[in-house]
Design a protein around this ligand. Structure first.
Ligand SMILES: [Zn+2]
Length: 328
């Protein structure tokens, strides 16, 4: 190992910590890069302290949830003045605050509804819309701090990796983009240079796996899904950054239709990610990826974790036709 240059760097995240009577707190995140293979790991030892909600305990009642209205103001962190004067971003029913156990310098949580909704079928368009608008405010903080890349992720339920079950997005601002984002950006630019056209615009023309449209977004199933029942929503106009788009309403309405389709297939937990490039580029259209997760058994095994390949159940040509009905 001594011949290898083991690269690592640190980010520190500062926020007002509710556990310490809202005193300013700082957590270190160590980011390690594998010297040959390029795998990136983010380590924050504080994360072992994360509270974990179990679904059985909360299915019918909500004894304690830090994101429910009675607790959220008391038990979630606030931004320091340097980041956001008012402490927390509030837009409609959505609220954004710093992650108590961050994995990046600027890692936010967006609780997009005050309601403790565990069933994806109950989540409505306005809730997602408020959440997206509040998230854009958070990404503006990142832009002011020169953290230009912005990722929006959603893990719904513990089988999808959520520790708190109350629906929420996670928001990460970064200087150079996260690892897989960078792979996608590079591949998109390479395709543009080789073929003179945008891969994302090509993808939207795919009739076989086409699902439907919502305002500003074209929804398709990908040829090679990254997870079960994956749906991708692509900016119809070829906008590169979600921050420059006026399709937030269309994103929200499309997501809700997909959640309804998933629910009818017996799907209860999901992952979602928004891939967005900070500047307008011909070669990149921002897009949303949504996949279904299975509750039991866990659907991530050696193939997904160690081999970087993904085992899925249904071919996209089949499930896209089913989900298409929810866009009519
Ligand atoms: Zn709750």
């Amino acid at each position: 190992m001594k011949d290898l240059i083991l690269k690592k760097f640190n980010e520190s995240s500062r926020f007002l910590n509710p556990i310490k009577e809202f005193m300013e707190d700082e957590q270190e995140i160590e980011i390690r890069v594998d010297p040959v293979i390029g795998i990136i790991s983010r380590i924050n030892m504080n994360r072992v302290l994360r509270p974990k909600q179990k679904i059985d305990e909360l299915k019918y009642s909500c004894d304690y949830c830090p994101f429910c209205p009675d607790n959220i103001e008391r038990d979630t962190p606030k931004f320091t003045r340097e980041y956001f004067e008012e402490g927390r971003i509030k837009v409609g029913g959505a609220m954004v605050f710093p992650n108590l156990f961050p994995l990046a310098e600027l890692h936010g949580v967006c609780v997009f509804t005050p309601k403790h909704k565990l069933n994806i079928i109950e989540i409505d368009e306005n809730e997602i819309f408020d959440g997206l608008r509040a998230s854009m405010e958070f990404f503006l903080i990142g832009r002011r701090k020169n953290l230009l890349y912005h990722f929006l992720g959603w893990n719904h339920l513990s089988s999808a990796g959520a520790s708190i079950l109350h629906p929420h997005f996670q928001l990460i601002c970064s200087r150079v983009g996260l690892n897989y984002e960078r792979i996608i950006f590079e591949a998109s630019e390479r395709y543009w240079k080789e073929k003179g056209k945008s891969y994302w615009r090509e993808l939207m023309k795919d009739e076989e796996r086409y699902i439907g449209e919502s305002e500003g977004i074209t929804w398709i199933a990908p040829w090679a899904p990254m997870g079960n029942f994956e749906v991708i929503g692509i900016s119809t106009e070829g906008i590169s950054s979600i921050m420059r788009s006026n399709a937030l309403r269309g994103i929200a309405s499309g997501i809700v239709k997909i959640l309804k389709a998933f629910w009818s297939l017996g799907i209860r937990s999901i992952n979602m990610g928004v891939f967005s490039y900070p500047e307008q580029k011909e070669w990149f259209s921002f897009h949303i990826r949504i996949i279904a997760r299975s509750d039991s058994p866990n659907d991530r095994g050696f193939l997904e974790i160690f081999c970087g390949e993904i085992g899925v159940l249904a071919p996209p040509e089949i499930y896209s036709k089913y989900i298409r009905n929810f866009f009519k």
